[in-house]
Design a protein around this ligand. Structure first.
Ligand code: SF4
Length: 189
């Protein structure tokens, strides 16, 4: 079998909530522990590296977060800013905060069946209200660890905290220039 491109991602389970989406099971699904990744996956990745040589690429940041910080999985941010760049439209027409909250109306900004998307998206106050619940009230307790915007959340939070620090911004610019030199494909960062 010829395969040009193959990608494996850590299994991140969407948090199942009791009595929601028809889920009445008592056994709430949990994310696989970091030990699994450390004991089973990392050694397989090492083997793949030997076999594939320069073709092997691994974005290890999520593994690092799983292994190094088995409690918070690297969630050091106090606001989810990343979701404001990548909302999710569910099959039911609702514009949800993110894929992880898809299906839970409490996290819907509105439905494209009732209003057009730009009207929903430009209603900043309604978006703020929902994001305040996630950031301040729930403090991410209903969020999936290592969700898709997790990495962007880390960097955006860091930028927000340091936005007045000229040194920080200069270093960031330099880093971004360096990184862009090594980018093989803009869609696979
Ligand atoms: S932190 Fe992740 S799971 Fe939580 S709202 Fe933001 S994108 Fe969704």
């Amino acid at each position: 079998m010829d395969v040009d491109y193959c990608q494996f991602k850590p299994e991140i389970i969407q948090i199942e909530r009791k009595n929601s989406l028809g889920n009445k099971k008592q056994n709430i699904k949990m994310q696989i522990s970091s030990e699994f990744w450390l004991n089973k996956v990392v050694s397989s990745l090492e083997k793949a590296k030997v076999i594939l040589g320069i073709k092997f690429e691994c974005n290890e940041y999520k593994l690092e977060d799983l292994i190094v910080d088995s409690e918070n999985y690297g969630r050091n941010y106090k606001e989810c800013i990343g979701s404001q760049f990548q909302p999710c439209i569910g099959a039911d027409g609702n514009v949800y905060v993110c894929t992880n909250h898809r299906g839970h109306k409490k996290y819907s900004y509105g439905s494209i069946i009732e209003k057009n998307f730009s009207k929903i998206w430009n209603d900043i106050e309604s978006r703020k209200k929902i994001m305040n619940i996630i950031n301040k009230k729930e403090k991410f307790s209903n969020c999936t660890q290592l969700c898709k915007p997790h990495e962007s959340n880390k960097i955006l939070w860091s930028i927000k905290k340091n936005v007045k620090d000229k040194d920080y911004l200069a270093k960031l610019k330099l880093k971004s220039k360096d990184l862009s030199k090594n980018l093989k494909h803009i869609n696979f960062i």
